[in-house]
Structures are given as structure tokens and as C-alpha cells.
Design a protein around this ligand. Sequence first.
Ligand SMILES: Cc1ncc(COP(=O)(O)O)c(C=O)c1O
Length: 479
Amino acid sequence: MKLLFERSVAGRHLDLIPKSDTENYQLPEKYVRKKEAHLPQMSEVDLGRHYTELAKQTHGVNDGFYPLGSCTMKYNPRIDEEMASLEGFTQLHPLQPEKTVQGSLKLLKKTEELLCEITGMDAMTFEAAAGAHGEYTGLLLIRRYHQSRNDTERVNIIVPDSAHGTNPASATMAGFHVINVPSNENGGVDLDALRKAVGKDTAGLMLTNPNTLGLFDPNILEITKIVHEAGGLCYYDGANLNAVMGRVRPGDMGFDCIHLNLHKTFATPHGGGGPGSGPVGCKDFLKEFLPHHMVKQTETGYTMYDPKQSLGQVRSFYGNFLVVVKALTYILTLGKEGIREASGKAVLNANYMMHRLKECYTVAYDSICMHEFVLSLDDLKKETGVSAMDIAKASLDYGIHPPTMYFPLIVHEALMFEPAETESRETIDAAADIYLELYRKAHEDPEYLHSAPHNCPIGRPDETAAARNPKLKYEFHDQ
Ligand SMILES: Cc1ncc(COP(=O)(O)O)c(C=O)c1O
């Protein structure tokens, strides 16, 4: 497909930007560009076709099934986008006087209250821009807490081996040492290993529950107790909250602080790198360490304040405000019952799909799952040479986005499926039929699967090169 600059023809144009009705302003000479800017020159219809062609080459939730495990690629109701597009929200300036943005401050406070009710926390900041950023912020809270008690020996964060990769990465970035604890044979935290791992040097534990195997740890109260008794704090990675919202609360499981991924659980589409939001919630005793720009209601209205021992600012201004607008709309439109129903359906759908695939495939930890489940294609690979990657790539030819591959790391040839609550039984049945068909194909014609996909614009790119040396800008010949 041609790029915009390759489609460009000198002299073509379109008038997208309205004529300015303000006086011309002469920029100081030092800011004036010396050369013409490289801008593609094209007509409106050609520009429209370019983006339509691009859109056709990608896969989103509106195109078809998207069971990308750990990512909660659920359908996000249109009304959430509509609310976030209201001019009263989109035209705000972050430096506007508080008295002119009372509605938006109220919205932040209301969302904080509702998310605290859902998670069992006492306060929440919206500054962090995504899940990993929330983890980092939460870990800084834990650090501040220990520092405030002069408990400076606490330098270790315990992370189970099933954790999402961002957990150890955030802990390291926040200045901690990471101590790994293994999983037990049921996929939960090995309690004996945890007891051995904790001590005077334990700053805290980071845990996802349900974990990345899609399993709810039945020992969760014991786990948080072990860490607390050792003087550590418990951090809940809330990226998997979609499985339990409206049913159990991290605060009641014994967690002291958490982050949420609004861009998974609370209705912001993601996957293309768009804005996310990773609000960080905490119990009362950590409130004073939260980042700047907390909102409170006073007699004269809503106002922002910086907590007394705040860890400072973790992002410019107040986070991704429009994502918060979507989250509030989502919560209010679903209501208490709807939130509970959504998590119930997410779990039902995952169990149904797992049950269908078990006809051929091996489930890594064969028990009732939560919102996602993990297959191990180790046996299939040994029998046929067909790998998890081959099956995932082949599903693209059937209009299905591949499941998450080779994660979690503790499962060989892993494929992780998260069908999400918004999928119908018909969609899940159709997808299950395709995966069962691919299993049979693996035995009959493995070569076909090794070279899949056969009908996509891109087949098997060099993923390492794409990650390490991304080509993100057009190379002009005159540069
Ligand atoms: C369990 C878990 N924790 C943390 C994250 C990180 O979230 P983000 O991608 O928003 O940084 C993810 C993302 O997939 C996740 O699945």
C-alpha cells in the first residue's frame, strides 16, 4: 500500500482547516522555518480513500472476534465516546480557572468515588496514563510509605512468576529489587515459597487476581496476611478487574493500593496505542502520599489540592481526562447490576470457549477459569511441528484476531484467550469451530499452517526488528 507521501501530487489540496478569523501573528524570526514543510498534497477524496484502505488492513473489535488474552478487547458502547466528544469536555484548557470547570472537577470526584466503591479503596488519582504507569505510581506510594516510617531496609518487591511483565519492570524502575515466587501446581502463589520470601526487607507484593493464567487465587486472604505480617504492603494489579468487578473487591482481599486499566475494564478502546488511563487507588493510610491534583469538595465548590506528603506529579496536568469521562459514562449506564452482570458474562464466555476447545487442545491449568484461559500447544507441536504461533497466524485468515501468544512465560507454547462479555454464543461457537478445524489441519497439512496467514496484507514480519528498529517516519530524499 502506498504511503501518504507517495500518493502526494504537487498542487493538489483540500480545505480541512477553517480560515482563521484572528489577526495574522508574525512569529519571531528564529522560529520561522527555513524550508517549506513536507506536507502531503492530495484531494479530500484521495485522503479519505487512503485512510479507508488503512482501516481495512487492520482488525478492531468492530471487524470481528478479538480474543487477545490479558487485553480485554471488549466492545465499548458508543454512548461513552459520544459523552467524551462533548465540546464542554473537549474544549477545556488544563490551565482554566477552577471556577470555570466545576462540572469537570465534579466528574473526576464522582468517578473517584464510584471506582473506590467498586474496588474497596478510599482514594484514587487519575494522573497515571496507563496500567504500567499506574503500577509505577503505586510502587512510589509504597516507597513513600516505608520512607515516612524510616523503614528504609524494605527494598524488595515480591512478584509471582505468572505476573505480567510490566510488574517486575515497574518495580525495578521504582527502585526496588524483584523477588520472584513460583506458582504452585494449581497456578496460584506457592504459599511456602512466599513465606520464605518475605522478611524485614519486604517492601511489598504485587499480584494480579485473577492472575494471568485466568485463575482466581483461593488463598488470597492468606497471601495478603503473610505479606502484612512481614511488614510489607500489597499491591493489586487491577488489569484483570473485568473478571471480578461488582463481585469481589481488592480492598476486601487485603490489598493496600491498586491500579485499574480504564482502557480495558471501563470502556476505552485500545490496541492502537491511543490514550489510556491507569488510576491508582489506595487505602486511607496511603492517601497523603498520592500525586498532585486530587479533587475535593468544599463549601464553595470543587477544588484541586496536593496531598501533604505527595510523591509529586507523575504526568502533565491531570491525566487523560476524556478517558475518565468514558469510564464514568460506562459505570452510570451499566449501573451496579450491569457491572456485576458484565463480569459474570466475561467469566461464562471464557469457560464456555475453554470447554469447547478442550475437545482437542490441552488447557494449561485445567480448572474453572475466570475471564481468560491458557492453552498449551506443547503436545501439538511435538506431534505435528505446528506451533502456537502457526495456529495464531492461521486464525487471521478466518477474520479472528489471534489470542495472546507465548504468555504467560511459565506455559510452553501458550495461547491465551479472553473472549470478553460482549461476545455472543454464536460468535464464540464460530471461533471455537475454527480453532478445532485448525487443530485437524495441523495433523493433515502442517505446511499450510507454517506459512499462514495466506490472505493478509502482512504475513510474518520480523517482530524483533519491528520492535527494536521501528521505522516511524518517512525518509525524504532531500534530507
Ligand atoms: C495483568 C496486566 N498488568 C498490567 C498491564 C499493563 O497495562 P498497560 O498496557 O496499560 O500499561 C497489562 C496489560 O496488558 C496486564 O495485562
